[in-house]
Design a protein around this ligand. Structure first.
Ligand code: SF4
Length: 72
């Protein structure tokens, strides 16, 4: 069975962040690259895992805003 690139407990926030780019090495190890690091030196290219707090975290698929209804 193929190993999932996302192991939420071991990875932390990066597991569900839209800025992560999982990389598998030639030896089969997984690394989690932060794509924010390309533009912002505050972010490490390879964060130390698990990441528990991050100012750059963004949900990849935020829930759409709830429909508003005007009172009649
Ligand atoms: S922005 Fe933060 S949570 Fe997202 S991939 Fe980079 S280090 Fe991980």
């Amino acid at each position: 069975m193929e190993e999932s690139p996302y192991q939420p407990d071991a990875i932390g926030l990066c597991a569900s962040c839209q800025h992560v780019y999982p990389v598998r090495s030639d030896r089969g190890s997984m690394f989690y690259q932060c794509r924010r690091a390309a533009d912002d030196p505050d972010f490490p290219r390879y964060p130390i895992l698990p990441v528990r707090q991050c100012k750059g975290y963004e949900d990849p698929d935020p829930a759409p805003p709830r429909a508003r209804t005007e009172p009649s």
